[in-house]
Design a protein around this ligand. Structure first.
Ligand code: ADP
Ligand code: NI
Length: 223
């Protein structure tokens, strides 16, 4: 069994008798906006894939990726990372490590600008892993799920995509889901911190561009 699988066992199953995964499943049970439990699981898998190829503390990467959305202000009204701290305190790890995980969680969100870059390599990996889940085939599915959940049209040719969004204008933006590709998803490949993620992102971005071209052909009544 690879080291990766051992870590997977450690966090997927039980840790000191407490099941981290079960707690995350409960927190995301009612999400239909593209942030369900499987998003956390995929970000964990992406992060561990990157962590295999990059020198880093894999325990921090594992925990931060699994817990990265448990206090996201879009989904929860917790303060001071209450959910993450509640889950992590039952794991036998040092306070220093806990604070490193919390710092990463607080620094990875896109928030319209993509300008916050975590200082640590573990944070950079988890941020890349989260962004990889927003692009490619999964990213397309999540964008339309989010759009439907937020009453957005799929496309309107009379509405142009916005540029230079700030956190406030990004969150207030009521635009179409196709515009979201131009406002965020196609830009993510250039925001990747690690070369490994950048390469994956380039492939996924090509796929999204092919998808968008086909979408426009069908929209215009072409074959
Ligand atoms: P983060 O959690 O990194 O701050 P977001 O909340 O902006 O990122 O995005 C989370 C997911 O929701 C992503 O897959 C993203 O593409 C999708 N999403 C966010 N805003 C929109 C939107 N306006 N239209 C479609 N999908 C969106
Ligand atoms: Ni996320």
């Amino acid at each position: 069994m690879s080291e990766n699988m051992n870590l997977e066992k450690k966090y997927y199953e039980k840790h000191n008798g407490k099941n981290v995964i079960e707690k995350i499943k409960v927190l995301f049970a009612e999400d239909y906006s593209g942030h369900d439990y499987f998003h956390s699981e995929r970000v964990y898998k992406n992060a561990m894939y990157l962590a295999e190829k990059i020198t880093c503390n894999r325990e921090i990467v594992a925990l931060a990726s699994l817990l990265h959305d448990v206090d996201d202000s879009k989904l929860f009204s917790t303060t001071n990372n209450q959910n993450a701290r509640q889950i992590i305190k039952e794991i036998d790890i040092s306070n220093d490590l806990i604070e490193k995980v919390i710092l990463i969680i607080n620094n990875i969100s896109f928030k319209g600008t993509g300008k916050t870059i975590p200082d640590s390599i573990e944070g950079k990996i988890v941020q890349d892993a989260d962004r990889l889940d927003a692009i490619g085939a999964i990213g397309i599915a999540r964008a339309f799920a989010y759009g439907g959940n937020h009453n957005r049209h799929i496309f309107n040719p009379n509405e142009a995509p916005l540029s230079d969004l700030t956190e406030a204008t990004y969150r207030e933006n009521n635009g179409t889901t196709i515009n979201h590709f131009y406002e965020k998803l196609l830009l993510l490949k250039d925001l990747m911190n690690t070369d490994v993620a950048k390469e994956i992102a380039e492939n996924r971005t090509k796929f999204m561009k092919v998808y968008l071209e086909q979408f426009m052909r069908e929209w215009n009544g072409e074959a």
